[in-house]
Design a protein around this ligand. Sequence first.
Ligand code: NAD
Length: 462
Amino acid sequence: MTSTISPAQLDHTAERLRKVFNTGRTRPLAWRREQLKGLRSMLIEREEDFLAALATDLGKPRLEAWVTEIGFTINEINLTLKNLKRWTKPKRVSTPMFIKPGSGRVIREPLGTVLVIAPWNYPLQLALAPLIGALAAGNTVALKPSEISSATSNTITRLVPQYVDAEAVSIVEGGVSETQNLLQQKWDYIFYTGNGAVGRQVMAAAAQHLTPVTLELGGKSPAIIDKSANLEVAGRRLAWGKFLNSGQTCIAPDYALVDKSVKDELVKYIQASITDFYGSDPSTSPDYARIINDRHFGRLTALIDSGSVLIGGQHDGSTRFIAPTVLDGISGNSAVMQEEIFGPILPLITVNSSDEAIAFINERDKPLALYVFAQDDKVIDRVLDQTSSGGVCVNGVILQVAAPNLPFGGVGESGMGNYHGRASFDIFTHAKPVLRRGTRPDPALAYPPYTKKKEKMIRRFS
Ligand code: NAD
């Protein structure tokens, strides 16, 4: 880990950024646009630096890294630049008779000084996407990338200050102690992405200063495969979404609840897709990522023993490779069902109906994503109506996160608050209501002394 910030500087990060915010220089639209354009130039000009860092950290294939980390983030910047002027415009609202003369407006003001804490699995996108929202809203920002994806963290720390107002954006490298230090400081907003255990610590620290938070957490996101599903498409899309980034995706389908009448056919299509995507030996494929570190590698390989291996199961500690794996003979009590998998292992749980799948989901924590593969609209409607999750994709996986006009976030154990596009701008601003009163006329009606006549009039106009 390389830290360019001394402990003494770290202690005063929020204070320093607040001073910059209080100068007012981050408020004008022009400043905000300049920061976003700076980030976009960085992603374009320094693409190779980021691709190399992502390959070092996670063995991310080039195209996958470009689409999910760089292209995604450029799209977010472009959408924000296109709409920012409209989003920042005060919104007029009507005022009732008894307040006239007067007019009401809602002004979107920046919150001030915000802290963004990012995880390691999409270490660039998940650091920059909240940063985009925070800067678009006119805040000063401290960004703490994940120390676990250290190459990307180093690259962000080295490059971001060259492309944005470096006094208004502080990149703080470090791990638990640096993050805990930041969490002791007073922020106007904290945006955290990561696991729920740390999420609880973030919220407890935020409570000391009554700081509002967004918590983007994880959990076990189920996929229901109904007997009416197009199984070939379901198999292909499940395999893509599960094995993308070697399963280290917060909205990867964690496990599948499969109607027993279609299980064998589904497995056949998953197997065919794995071979199509990665060849007969995925360890030699340039398009398949690696596990982030030895700790996660050990945790995941132990989970393979939870059931019988239908596909895959091979692994190699020296390269942290785990083959795309499908497990059978799994129940709700199996070890692999007790925690978020976050790796390339897909357990299949057989159900007799989609109603049984719905009941299984409702006995557990609310997931970040829920997937349903079905052609029968009644099944889809029942799933939408009877379950709760951060988001849903019907007959697909993952792509709900890439639709910029769909807010993204969790509910219950999978988190709180939404972001992306307009939703990012909204969370990093305060909707300030302003009533401007005229001074003439100023009738005596509403002021004491109160008379019967005044009461009659007021009751009439209220
Ligand atoms: P991580 O270990 O990188 O931790 C996330 C951040 O928290 C890092 O910056 C880290 O330095 C900091 N941190 C870790 N321990 C801390 C502590 N004790 N005190 C203060 N700060 C601490 O990432 P992770 O938590 O392993 O990330 C994986 C989890 O994140 C999964 O559960 C995944 O589903 C979830 N996730 C959610 C989203 C989403 O958008 N909802 C996206 C990606 C990942």
